[in-house]
Design a protein around this ligand. Structure first.
Ligand code: HSE
Length: 426
């Protein structure tokens, strides 16, 4: 270990991730890196390790002004408020930042991309490996390992909480609520778990990956996003009948000269790598030229996984490697966004009235709208209200035809509770 630290860290936020980062640095995990000062909302909270020897800073903004601090590590969390103020002030002062905060980056990408682009051609590092897919080094993979490739499609399981819930509903036959309770108890969920289960957390992450992979200006509010709240145990059962599982997938792909992106629960064939991703694991699949297909899987949520990525960014900075948020300001990103989905196959589940003609009516509506059926299952057990669950697997179809068919089905008295999920194209 060298005598003089190369880098002194100001660490803001001592939650699960921050405490793990602090412990690792104090244990000398990264040569030449020292913890200069820390700040936390609850300084005296028991953390299982001794921080009494560390300078404690009440206002994290004071770390920016402290000239003995080389890098700010922001682990406060939250899209706005103190985390935003700290990151902004640090970049304005020319001080590098490491953060795990995808909500903040996704919401303020335009402004932060300008600040981290710096002035006079000198960028200020804004490192965020921990913000996407936890411990999977996907930011590094896209920027370094895949530099020189053209990416055709990027897809992934980007939310550990949702993946945990879907896996537990599938393997342990848990209800959605019980599986969510477990995920929260294990520390995977956001402070507000609706960000997880609504798909917003995954959309924020996908928007950052799409910016790196395709040069698409990040704006997750323009992306179709569906969460997993509507997935019922019967869907998990039906999916299994088609040798599929259900996963919350983020997809971003080139389509008709633009890039289409979406977060939605999808049926994934068991033979696909994404179907093997269980519990809180995350995964990213990239289809690139000339590389071919790349699949990365690893812990995507939880203190250890996130701390691992934060430490990797700190280690890079200690070696003198640091990059701005993107290659330039978001306003310079020219890639057009496609609002039109590629033609996908779909899983369509509906309750049909248990009386003559219901099935005929449903298939007639699908046919009239150009939706071709590949397979169908009808269960004999009624929901008690005289409706039988029916599942159609469609051939590939364009989204507008499908939406017309869904709208027409929903208007029928013989049809209720329609759920439609895309099927992941291998
Ligand atoms: N709540 C997130 C998840 C973890 O469940 O994936 C950090 O992004």
């Amino acid at each position: 270990m060298s005598d003089k630290p190369l880098l002194r860290i100001g660490l803001a936020g001592l939650g699960t991730v921050g405490a793990t980062v602090a412990q690792q640095i104090l244990a000398g995990a990264i040569d030449g890196v020292e913890l200069g000062c820390v700040s936390a909302r609850e300084p005296n909270k028991p953390r299982g390790f001794d921080i009494s020897g560390l300078p404690f800073v009440a206002d994290p903004l004071d770390m920016v002004a402290d000239e003995t601090i080389d890098v700010i590590v922001e682990l406060i969390g939250g899209q706005d408020g103190p985390a935003y103020e700290l990151v902004k002030a640090s970049l304005q002062a020319g001080k590098p930042v490491v953060t795990a905060n995808k909500a903040l980056l996704a919401a303020h990408a335009a402004e932060l991309s300008v600040l981290s682009s710096g002035q006079g051609g000198v960028p200020i590092a804004l490192a965020y490996e921990a913000a996407v897919a936890g411990g999977i080094p996907v930011i590094k993979a896209l920027r370094e390992g895949l530099a020189g490739n053209q990416i055709g499609r990027l897809s992934g399981i980007l939310n550990g909480t949702c993946n945990y819930i879907l896996t537990r509903m599938e393997e342990a036959k848990l209800s959605f609520e019980d599986a969510l309770d477990e995920a929260q108890a294990k520390g995977f969920a956001e402070a507000d778990p609706t960000l997880d289960i609504s798909g917003v957390d995954a959309a924020q992450k996908l928007s950052l990956l799409s910016a790196l992979a395709f040069g698409l200006a990040p704006d997750y509010t323009k992306m179709p996003v569906a969460g997993i709240q509507a997935i019922a145990p019967q869907d998990i059962f039906f999916a299994s009948q088609f040798d599929c599982v259900i996963r919350l997938v983020g997809v971003s792909e080139r389509h008709q000269g633009a890039v289409y992106q979406r977060v939605t629960p999808m049926l994934v064939r068991r033979s696909n790598n994404l179907a093997q991703v269980r519990q809180e694991l995350n995964a990213v699949m990239v289809r690139a030229t000339p590389l071919g297909d790349l699949f990365l899987q690893g812990p995507g949520a939880g203190g250890g996984a996130t701390a691992s990525a934060v430490l990797a960014d700190i280690a890079d900075l200690a070696l003198g490697f640091g990059r701005p948020l993107f290659t330039g300001p978001v306003s310079h990103m020219q890639t057009p966004l496609s609002q039109k989905a590629p033609e996908w196959e779909y899983y369509l589940r509906a309750g049909l009235a248990d009386k003559p003609g219901s099935m005929a009516k449903a298939t007639q509506i699908l046919a009239e709208n150009g939706v071709s059926i590949e397979e169908v299952i009808q269960r004999s057990s009624s929901d008690g209200g005289g409706f039988l669950p029916v599942v159609f697997i469609t051939h590939e179809v364009d989204e507008s035809s499908l939406n017309n068919a869904l709208a027409a089905l929903q208007q029928q008295d013989v049809c209720q509770g329609v759920l439609c999920l895309p099927i992941f194209a291998d």
